[in-house]
Design a protein. Structure first.
Length: 319
């Protein structure tokens, strides 16, 4: 109660998404103290997280956001950058398992499914277009989250409210949430719901994967199913992974979790467009398994995390 009163006096209103990311970075730094990290690395981590925390708090001040459209836009888009930072910092906790015990367990399900008669028939019958389609959507898994936010950002005026036949304004937010008092507040709530769902889905994956040391199946087993096709799109995906990934396989799959939460969040406000995002999310999930970027267990778990994150977000905003 005292913290709430103090926040009001200071004019600070943190969104649920911002509280989520602040809690994650704080927990990440505390956990890093248990690692044998070089002093310089630990110092950079501490300074970086303090800067991030101060930036989030500064942008949450009502007077700053109301005066500056630039500050408001930065606040709306900042979670997209912080997701990348959280991913890189989580990579500090990776400790590979030389015995690959989980890898040899997860590969059993993959071999059963990927080398089934129906999957092989589809891959050979639709080659090379199906393979290109899947590789293209794996490449699109990176911009899919910001594209979902762009869809809501550009359409925020038309989807936050609409008039019912009675002349009353009807809120088009997540089902069961009361209508905010004005369009600006409705816009903030909509953005907060989107980023809370996406961040919660992604950060759960980042928090869990140090406990599941895995090697990407494409590296350990090199078992891409189906015929060999021209590798242009695959080479682009591999280049991105070689230069920007933490060189490990995540369980659950953060890619699958993030795009699932994005699709559900978009569909909550824009049902027709949301269907396209759901198709894209399913395509990304299939691509992660086909291209051997993830085990099937990673992807299924990631989709489930995305669904749970969306449901938790909807219920949290009802409270």
């Amino acid at each position: 109660m005292e913290k709430t009163l103090l926040s009001r006096q200071l004019g600070i209103r943190l969104r649920l998404a911002e509280k989520t990311i602040l809690a994650f970075f704080a927990a990440l730094f505390i956990a890093s103290l248990t690692l044998s990290l070089p002093g310089a690395t630990l110092g950079v981590l501490a300074v970086l997280n303090v800067i991030v925390g101060c930036l989030i708090v500064a942008l949450s001040k009502d007077d700053l956001v109301e005066r500056s459209r630039i500050a408001s836009a930065i606040r709306d888009w900042l979670p997209a950058l912080l997701m990348l930072l959280a991913y890189r910092e989580s990579g500090l906790f990776i400790k590979a398992d030389p015995a690959h015990r989980l890898d040899h367990l997860f590969i059993i399900w993959d071999r059963t499914m990927l080398h089934s008669r129906w999957v092989e028939w589809a891959l050979y019958s639709c080659a090379p277009w199906l393979q290109h389609y899947l590789e293209m959507f794996y490449l699109l898994c990176y911009p899919l989250v910001p594209l979902g936010f762009v869809a809501l950002y550009l359409a925020r005026t038309s989807i936050t409210t609409q008039r019912e036949p009675s002349g009353m304004l009807k809120d088009l937010s997540f089902r069961g949430v009361p209508r905010p008092r004005d369009d600006e507040e409705s816009r903030r709530v909509m953005f907060d719901k989107f980023w809370t769902a996406v961040l919660l889905a992604t950060l759960i994956c980042y928090a869990v994967y140090p406990f599941f040391p895995l090697t990407p199946p494409r590296v350990l087993f090199n078992d891409v199913p189906g015929p060999t096709v021209p590798p242009l799109l695959r080479n682009m995906n591999l280049w991105v992974l070689d230069h920007f990934s933490v060189q490990a396989c995540l369980f659950p799959s953060a890619h699958a979790a993030a795009v699932t939460a994005t699709a559900l969040a978009v569909r909550a406000y824009m049902p027709r467009l949301g269907i396209l995002f759901c198709i894209a999310a399913l395509s990304v999930a299939a691509a992660t398994v086909y291209g051997r970027y993830h085990y099937m267990a990673d992807t299924v778990a990631g989709v489930l995390v995305g669904v749970v994150a969306f449901v938790v977000t909807r219920r949290s905003h009802k409270a």
